[in-house]
Design a protein around this ligand. Structure first.
Ligand code: PMP
Length: 428
């Protein structure tokens, strides 16, 4: 029984391994955009298992590739040649937009960012980093040290010296009243000010759209403007595409491409969706940066044949079915519908997003105060209606996060929007 499992979970797992819902869910299977819990209840999945299910649950093409590979070998060794790893690396290098690209596979987004930090600090001989306020980059000792979202940064002891830059959140903070161009100019001034008062940092790391932070995005071109300043000072740009990669934003394959005026980042990190549930992360960088390490370094499980086979099948499906185009079309419809359905709800401060990455920010009616209790209540009500959502936000978790598998159909988008609008009405 799920209740027993919850008690056992609490008895043996850490308190900080947070669970969603008053009565947590035990998901036992999935198909397409739907999942079922242990009691047999069906849900429309608007969170894709925190964006890990990129295309669809139980996608037959991925299942087939995984079972065929499992029938041969799960993993040999990173010390031997590995055909699916080379093939996926070739695809990633080509898709990355980075010239002379090299790819290193890891098992998670945290480890991908950790590797990016190792590369950047070694290459630039500096342990000073720039990161964005409100950011999230992982849970290891190094990545919590570049995570600006205090709710997800459990220690202030860090081997890195990090300076936090304005710009990841467009609608709150001291520059919120400014228009796009003025906003960018103010953030650039802030960056220059930080750079003027410190040892040269190794890199700026940023999520093009902040994920855990509540799907907030800066005006297009912010990182291009940052890039010009960084380049002059020899500071690298790391784009954390763990949530924004694979066409989720609809307009582009990578989130950084909305800022592409001055070319690709120096380093791109990715994870989550590529394996469609299999644990794959990775780093792409120019050879000159990737090869700056002068000692051996391997990841025992980074690039196992079984995960690479899943990644290849998943990526092929995504490209052949133009799921980026689907994210743009269906995501656009969903955004419009949610905006219309919530237009007269004073608790909805903003419905924002790009493609299939949509945030609904909740406040106490008549104020600008974040309302985490409302977000939690809406999550529960939506679940009652058969819809799974995510939540996130700045220092208070007051935004609903919508990031379904990229095969979402127009009918499913409508169905989910109606359930969500009903949940909002019932609670607020
Ligand atoms: N970067 C971003 C932008 C993320 O959203 C996450 C996970 N939420 C990570 C890094 C860390 O990835 P993982 O949980 O796979 O370690």
């Amino acid at each position: 029984m799920t209740e027993d499992l919850h008690a056992r979970h609490r008895a043996v797992l850490p308190d900080w391994l947070a669970l969603y819902y008053d009565t947590p869910l035990e998901i036992t299977h999935g198909e397409g955009r739907h999942v079922w819990d242990a009691a047999g209840t069906k849900y429309l999945d608007f969170f894709g298992g925190i964006l890990t299910t990129m295309t669809a649950h139980a996608l037959p093409e991925v299942t087939k590739a995984v079972s065929e590979q499992a029938g041969r070998i799960l993993h040999s060794s990173t010390l031997y040649l590995n055909r699916p790893m080379v093939e996926l690396a070739e695809k990633m290098a080509e898709l990355s937009g980075i010239p002379d690209a090299r790819v290193f596979f890891t098992t998670s987004g945290t480890e991908a960012n950790d590797t990016a930090l190792l590369l950047a600090t070694t290459h630039r001989r500096s342990n000073t980093l720039l990161a964005m306020r409100n950011s999230y980059h992982g849970r290891s000792f190094s990545t919590v040290g570049i995570t600006g979202n205090r709710g997800w940064s459990p220690t202030s002891l860090s081997p890195l010296q990090t300076l936090y830059v304005h710009g990841g959140v467009r609608t709150r903070g001291p520059y919120a009243h400014l228009g796009d161009e003025e906003f960018i100019a103010a953030c650039v001034e802030d960056l220059k000010d930080l750079l003027g008062h410190t040892r040269p940092p190794a890199a700026l790391i940023a999520e093009p759209i902040q994920g855990v932070g509540g799907f907030t995005s800066p005006p297009d071109g912010l990182y291009a403007a940052f890039r010009e300043v960084l380049r002059e000072r020899g500071v690298l740009w790391i784009s954390d595409e763990v949530q924004t990669g694979w066409g989720r934003t609809g307009d582009h394959f990578w989130g950084w491409q909305a800022h592409a005026r001055s070319g690709p980042p120096d380093i791109v990190t990715f994870a989550k969706g590529i394996g469609n549930g299999m644990s794959i992360g990775g780093v792409v960088a120019r050879a000159e940066i990737m090869n700056c390490l002068d000692a051996n370094s391997i990841s025992t499980f980074g690039g196992t044949q079984i995960t690479m086979a899943a990644g290849l099948a998943n990526l092929t499906y995504l490209l052949e079915h133009d799921l980026r185009g689907n994210a743009r079309r269906v995501g656009g419809q969903l955004l419009d519908r949610l905006r219309t359905a919530t237009a007269d709800n004073p608790a909805v401060r903003e419905v924002r997003g790009r493609g299939l990455m949509i945030g609904v920010e909740l406040v106490r009616p008549g104020t600008d105060e974040a309302d985490p209790a409302a977000a939690a209540a809406v999550l529960e009500a939506a679940r009652e209606g058969g819809l799974l959502l995510g939540k996130g936000g700045g220092h208070d978790t007051s935004a609903l996060r919508i990031a379904p598998p990229l095969t979402l159909t127009a009918a499913e988008a409508e169905e989910g929007a109606d359930i969500l609008a009903g949940a909002l009405r019932s609670v607020l």
